[in-house]
Design a protein around this ligand. Structure first.
Ligand SMILES: Cc1cc2nc3c(=O)[nH]c(=O)nc-3n(C[C@H](O)[C@H](O)[C@H](O)COP(=O)(O)OP(=O)(O)OC[C@H]3O[C@@H](n4cnc5c(N)ncnc54)[C@H](O)[C@@H]3O)c2cc1C
Length: 417
C-alpha cells in the first residue's frame, strides 16, 4: 500500500518496573531506515491477517506480530516509562472523537428512522382501532413510534450539546489569559471527556437500536442503512479505552480528584445548579426545571455517598458502581443542557408568535405548522421536556442501586455464575 509503515507501539523496555510506570512508547517501522533516509531491511513486523469484524468494514483492522523472523527495533518516543502519559496526549482527543462517532451514528440512524416513519403505511390510528374499514396511516401516527422518535431526537440533540460543551470548555481554556480560568476550563473538559466518550457511545448505540426497531423487519435487513449504523456504532464503546475504564476514570480520577479536593466536580455541579436556581419558578417550565434540580441533588448525594465510602477505606465502592454512575452523570448533564435549550427555544418561539400576532392556541398551532423555524423551536422544547420526564428518573434508579450497596456480584463464586 505504501513504502513503509510506522507503528506507534506501547511496550516494556527490558528492566522496566511493573505496572503502567514501566510502559514506554516506541516508533516501530515496518522497514528500518538507513542513515541516509533510504529504506533498510525488514524490521520483523508481520501482518498475519485482517480482522473479521461486525461493523466498520470501511476501516481495515489487522493483527500485527512483532519480532517475527528477527528482531523488531523500536525507537523511543519521549522518556522511558512515559508511554501511557504520552499516549494520553493522543487519547484525550480520540476519546472525544469516539463519543462523536457514537453521536454521529445515532443522528444518522434517527434521521433515517424519521424519514421511514413518515412514509411507511401500516395499521390504523388509535382512535379508529375498532373500525375495520378505517384508513391505514403512516407509522409516525402511532404513539409507540412517536415515543421512540422523540426519545431518539432528545438523546441525539443532548449528546450533540454535550460534545459541543466539552469542546467549548477546551476552547475557553485555550483562550483564557487568567491561569485560574484556564485551569477551571481544562478541568471541566477533563471531567467531561470520559462522559463524552462512554455516554455518547453507549447511548448512541441505544439510539441506533431504536432506529432498527422503528423500521421493523426492514430495519433488520441490510438494504436499509440502520442495521449498519447499529453494527458500526458498537465499536465506539470498546476502543479508545472500554467504557468500563472510562467510568473508572470519571469517578476515580476526575470526580474524586483528591489533589484538588474535588473542586472541578463541585464547580461543575454549581454551574448546573445555577441554571435551576435562576429558572425554577419559570411560569411554563418551572416544574421541569425543578425535576432537573432534583436529579442534580440526587446525583450529588450519590457522589458524596460513594466518595464517603472510598475515603472511609472501602476503595472498592467507586469501582463497583462506576459504570451506572457514569450513566447517571450523563443523564443529568444532558438534562441540564437540554433545559438550557428549552429556555432559549421558548424565548425564540414566543418572539415568533408575537411577530405573527398569534395570540391563541389555534393561531400558534398554525404558525408551528407553517414555519420550519417555529417547528424547530417547538421540537426543542418537546425534546427537553421528554428527556427530563423519561431519562432523568433513571438517575433515581441508579441512585437506589448505589444506596443498596449490592455486593452479590462480588461475592458470587465463579462456578455459581
Ligand atoms: C476495530 C478495532 C480497532 C482497533 N484499533 C486500535 C488501534 O488503532 N490501536 C490500538 O492500540 N488498539 C486498537 N484496538 C484495540 C482496542 O483499543 C481494544 O480492543 C480495547 O482497548 C479493549 O481492550 P481489549 O480488547 O484487550 O479488552 P480487555 O481489556 O480484555 O477488556 C474486556 C472487558 O474487560 C473489562 N476490563 C478489562 N480490564 C478491566 C479493569 N481493570 N477494570 C474493569 N474492567 C476491566 C473491559 O472494560 C471489557 O469490558 C482496536 C480494536 C478494534 C476491535
Amino acid at each position: 500500500m505504501c513504502e513503509n509503515f510506522v507503528h506507534l507501539v506501547l511496550a516494556r523496555a527490558e528492566g522496566s518496573p511493573p505496572g503502567i510506570k514501566g510502559v514506554s512508547l516506541f516508533i516501530v517501522p515496518k522497514f528500518e531506515i538507513n542513515a541516509d533516509g533510504s529504506l533498510g531491511k525488514p524490521n520483523g513486523v508481520r501482518c498475519p491477517k485482517l480482522e473479521e469484524k461486525m461493523g466498520i468494514h470501511g476501516s481495515a483492522t489487522c493483527e500485527l506480530l512483532f519480532g517475527e523472523g528477527g528482531e523488531s527495533v523500536g525507537e523511543l518516543v519521549g522518556g522511558l516509562g512515559e508511554g501511557i502519559k504520552n499516549m494520553f496526549l493522543m487519547m484525550n482527543e480520540a476519546r472525544i472523537g469516539t463519543g462523536l462517532q457514537g453521536h454521529a451514528a445515532a443522528s444518522a440512524a434517527y434521521l433515517h428512522a424519521l424519514q421511514y416513519a413518515k412514509e411507511r403505511v401500516q395499521g390504523v390510528a388509535i382512535e379508529n382501532m375498532a373500525n375495520v374499514n378505517a384508513p391505514r396511516v403512516e407509522i409516525i401516527k402511532h404513539p409507540d413510534v412517536r415515543r421512540m422518535l422523540l426519545s431518539m431526537k432528545a438523546m441525539t440533540e443532548g449528546m450533540r450539546a454535550l460534545i459541543y460543551r466539552g469542546v467549548m470548555f477546551g476552547t475557553l481554556a485555550q483562550m483564557a489569559t487568567d491561569p485560574a480560568e484556564k485551569e477551571k476550563y481544562e478541568d471541566f473538559l477533563a471531567l467531561l471527556t470520559p462522559v463524552i466518550k462512554a455516554y455518547c457511545s453507549d447511548q448512541g448505540f441505544l439510539v441506533t437500536r431504536d432506529a432498527v426497531q422503528t423500521l421493523g423487519g426492514y430495519g433488520f435487513c441490510s438494504e436499509y442503512h440502520v442495521e449498519q449504523y447499529m453494527r458500526d456504532c458498537k465499536i465506539s464503546s470498546i476502543y479508545e479505552g472500554t467504557n468500563g475504564i472510562q467510568a473508572l476514570d470519571l469517578l476515580g480520577r476526575k470526580v474524586l480528584n483528591i489533589k484538588k479536593k474535588m473542586k472541578p466536580y463541585e464547580d461543575f455541579v454549581a454551574l448546573m445548579k445555577s441554571l435551576v436556581a435562576a429558572n425554577k419558578d419559570n411560569p411554563k417550565y418551572g416544574a421541569h426545571i425543578q425535576r432537573l434540580g432534583a436529579a442534580i441533588e440526587t446525583l450529588d448525594a450519590t457522589t458524596k455517598s460513594i466518595v464517603g465510602k472510598a475515603l472511609g477505606g472501602d476503595m472498592g465502592a467507586p469501582v463497583r458502581v462506576a459504570t451506572p454512575y457514569l450513566e447517571a452523570f450523563g443523564h443529568t448533564v444532558l438534562g441540564w443542557l437540554l433545559a438550557e435549550q428549552l429556555l432559549v427555544a421558548d424565548r425564540k418561539l414566543e418572539a415568533i408568535f408575537k411577530a405573527k400576532g398569534a395570540a391563541d392556541d389555534d393561531a400558534r398551532n398554525k404558525v408551528v405548522a407553517e414555519s420550519n423555524e417555529a417547528a424547530f423551536y417547538f421540537g426543542k422544547i418537546a425534546a427537553a421536556k421528554f428527556f427530563i420526564d423519561s431519562f432523568l428518573p433513571h438517575v433515581d434508579a441508579i441512585s437506589a442501586f448505589v444506596k443498596a450497596d449490592n455486593k452479590d456480584f462480588i461475592a458470587i463464586p465463579e462456578n455459581a455464575f
